[in-house]
Structures are given as structure tokens and as C-alpha cells.
Design a protein around this ligand. Structure first.
Ligand SMILES: C[S@@+](CC[C@H](N)C(=O)[O-])C[C@H]1O[C@@H](n2cnc3c(N)ncnc32)[C@H](O)[C@@H]1O
Length: 403
């Protein structure tokens, strides 16, 4: 396989997992032994070695393209519960090679290489079959970690567990928003654990443990945690699943950074601040009402005529505000007095409105501040322009709220 990598990286992405991280990942997947577990890109076999100490009756199949990888020795040292293949885990005929049908593995462990393989046509099929072909603007830009996630999903049975170690970009990067959104929609992301930096020898990369159950729906929350620098596992935050699209890293959500002893920036508690996209021309031609700066009233909530059912709001091509979102006028003379909150239903927004989404724990506090005298003054001084005043996303996020 030909691989494009930066000069400082290992060409096969060989950064091996520390036994304690492998132990934590296996622990989070549960004690019950799956019948068959795969490890694609097994390296020295850190993940399956740990798993075999807990899952006593599991049959393990490991694959690595590197013929010198330590996992080659597993069958000799660990006995016949291990079977190893020197093979390309992204090859077209992997299922025949391993004699494992797609959709049949009970569990998979994987710390994929973080490299950019040269695109091969059948990678499109791997992504397609895993329901991930649309998650990047250009499929052929798919990095190997995304391809390995897809390959693992194909091999897993419904309900099977996937334990991954993934780089920060997949967990928190804007580029992978659609991937995260798709994964939470189609599967159950049970837990994400942020690992301390420099957990892998030879790389500064930040990584996270992710535990996912294939095709299992119905969970509203994802447990997110982190391993502190002293090795202790933090308590967990129950993150509402619809925040996964934005990011899934514990530190971001925890950093309700106090700036000074008695104030907090909106940025430190914000999940997103997004503009509506419905222009005045579009607004006139829409079959459903669109919330605009002229529609704020004194109630502090959205007037009921603009509150839509989910299916009615689905005609919108852009942003639709959901319960908990704080709506603010982005432009206009009295923008500081135009703030309200969505208490129920869905609201389509004009391009003159911001939707501010903050951590649920801070929602009322932020809303109360923005509608208070000091909040109005903060909005007024953060806005620019004389005749037509406006406020930018940056200026909104930088507002300090006095407590
Ligand atoms: C980040 S390391 C992880 C190794 C091991 N799973 C661990 O956690 O310590 C990625 C591994 O994937 C292997 N690898 C890279 N490209 C591969 C491919 N196309 N097929 C199979 N293995 C590959 C590398 O040789 C390396 O051992």
C-alpha cells in the first residue's frame, strides 16, 4: 500500500498503545467475553493482549500490514485463541482472507494508523457500506483512521462493540462534524475518554478512547471523561447527543473558564454560535414562518406563530433553532434588546439572527445575563457600526458575563 505522510511521521503510523490505556479501553467495553474480536492494525498487540486477560473465552483475529509487528508472535505466545494475518486491513478481499463474514464480529478493538493512504477505488465501497461515504466533501480525502472505522463497522454485527483510540481531530475538529453527527445518529457512542497528551511514545498527538455499539439507537446522552495528568479518571459529564456534532472532548466542555473571580466569557460555556441563513427574499417565498429581527416581543420567548413542528421546519435548508437555543438579533438599531430563548419546538431563522447554544448547565444563567441591564450594555458595546449596527460571532463569544 502506498502512503503519503509527513517526513516526521512513521510511514505506517506505528504508535503503540500503552498497556494502561489498553486496559482502560477494554474495561469500558465490559467484562463479558465476545465470541470473536478483531484488531485491525494490531501492532504489538497491546489491545488484544489486555482484552485476553479479561475476555477469557474470546477468539481474537489480528491483522497488521507490517510483517515485523509484534502481533505476529501472538499465536505462538498466547495460544490458539489468537490468529494473526500479515495483510492490508483495507484490502478488498479482507473478509475472504480472514474467513470472517461482514457483519459477524462481536467486538473490534482498534488504534488505527493516523496517516493518509493513497486513494483506491474500493475505499469508496468500504465507506459506502459503513454509511460514511458522505462525511467529507471529497471521499478521496479520507484519512486512514476514517477508513479503519468504516472497515470495523462493516465487520461488526449489529449490537457489537467497537473500542477505538482516535486522534483529537476526529473528536473535536470541524472537518469531522458530519462524521460525528452520522455516528451518533446511526450507532450509540457510549463513552469518550480524553487521554493526556504524549500518551504515545514519539508523538505529541492527543487521542481519545471511544466506545461505540453498532446500530444501537435511542440514547440521548454520551458519557465523556478524561484521564487526568496524574492518571486518575475524572467523573463523567452526560453530554446531550446532539452536541456530538460540535465536539466530543471533555476538556472543552469542562473549561467553563473563569476569567477573573467573578466573570465568565460566553465562549467558555458556548457549544456554538451560528447565523441563520434565510434571506429576506427567501423568507417571503417560504411556506412556513421565518423568525426575523422584527418578531422579538417582550415575552423573552419565541412568539408561538414561529414555533414549528420538526417536519414543518425540515423545509429549511440552513439553521433551525431547537429548544434551549438563545436567539439574538445580529444587526439593527436596538439589537441589545432583542434576545429570546426557544422553549419548545423548532424555529427557522433569518440571516439577521444568531442562535447561541450553550452548555445546558449555563443556559438560564447566560439567558438571564443577556436579558439583564448589564447584558444589554455588554451587547451594545460589543456591537459595531453607527447607522446599521451589527455584532460579530467573535464579539458575542468574547462578552464577559458578570455573575
Ligand atoms: C497506531 S498503530 C497501533 C498499533 C496497536 N493497535 C496499538 O494500539 O498499539 C497502527 C498500526 O497499524 C498498522 N497499519 C498501518 N497501515 C495498515 C494497513 N493498511 N493494514 C493493516 N495494518 C496497518 C501499523 O503497522 C501499526 O502497527
Amino acid at each position: 500500500m502506498t502512503i503519503r505522510v509527513s517526513k516526521t511521521s512513521d510511514p505506517l503510523g506505528r504508535y503503540y498503545t500503552h498497556a494502561t490505556v489498553a486496559g482502560l479501553l477494554v474495561q469500558m467495553m465490559g467484562k463479558r467475553s465476545p465470541d470473536l474480536a478483531l484488531d485491525l492494525g494490531a501492532g504489538d498487540g497491546a489491545l488484544v493482549r489486555q482484552a485476553s486477560t479479561v475476555w477469557k473465552s474470546t477468539r481474537f483475529i489480528t491483522v497488521d500490514i507490517d510483517e515485523n509487528a509484534g502481533s505476529v508472535e501472538l499465536p505462538a505466545s498466547g495460544g490458539d485463541k489468537f490468529k494473526h494475518y500479515v495483510a492490508d486491513a483495507l484490502s478488498k478481499n479482507l473478509s475472504e482472507r480472514l474467513a470472517v463474514n461482514l457483519g459477524c464480529a462481536d467486538a473490534a478493538l482498534c488504534n488505527p494508523p493516523y496517516i493518509r493512504p493513497l486513494w483506491k477505488k474500493h475505499f469508496g465501497e468500504i465507506l459506502e457500506e459503513a454509511g460514511l461515504s458522505h462525511v467529507l466533501p471529497k471521499m478521496s480525502d479520507a484519512p486512514s483512521d476514517l477508513l479503519f472505522i468504516a472497515q470495523n463497522l462493516r465487520f461488526l454485527r449489529s449490537g457489537g462493540h467497537l473500542g477505538l483510540i482516535l486522534p483529537d481531530g476526529i473528536i473535536a475538529g470541524e472537518r469531522f462534524q458530519s462524521l460525528r453527527e452520522t455516528l451518533v445518529r446511526n450507532h450509540k457512542i457510549e463513552r469518550v475518554i480524553e487521554l493526556p497528551r504524549r500518551i504515545f511514545k514519539g508523538t505529541d498527538a492527543k487521542a481519545h478512547i471511544v466506545i461505540l455499539a453498532k446500530d444501537v439507537g435511542g440514547s440521548n446522552h454520551i458519557k465523556i471523561q478524561r484521564v487526568e495528568n496524574d492518571g486518575v479518571l475524572s467523573s463523567s459529564i452526560a453530554l446531550p447527543s446532539d452536541f456530538a456534532k460540535m465536539r466530543l472532548d471533555y476538556s472543552h466542555y469542562l473549561t467553563a473558564v473563569k476569567c477573573g473571580s467573578d466573570s465568565l466569557t460566553i465562549r467558555s460555556v458556548a457549544v456554538s454560535a451560528t447565523r441563520g441563513n434565510c434571506s429576506s427574499a427567501q423568507r417571503r417565498s417560504m411556506s412556513v414562518p421565518v423568525f426575523h429581527t422584527t418578531e422579538f416581543d417582550a415575552s423573552g420567548t419565541v412568539p408561538s406563530s414561529f414555533v414549528l413542528k420538526k417536519q414543518d421546519a425540515s423545509v429549511a435548508t440552513g439553521l433551525v433553532a431547537v429548544p434551549g437555543d438563545i436567539l439574538l438579533a445580529r444587526v439593527g438599531r436596538n439589537l441589545e434588546s432583542k434576545v429570546c430563548i426557544v422553549r419548545s419546538g423548532y424555529v427557522i431563522l433569518s440571516d439577521c439572527i444568531f442562535s447561541l447554544r450553550v452548555l445546558p448547565a449555563y443556559r438560564e444563567q447566560v439567558f438571564n445575563f443577556l436579558t439583564s441591564q448589564s447584558g444589554r450594555e455588554a451587547l451594545a458595546s460589543a456591537s459595531h457600526g453607527v447607522a446599521a449596527r451589527f455584532i460579530t460571532t467573535e464579539a458575542l463569544l468574547n462578552i464577559k458575563m458578570s455573575l
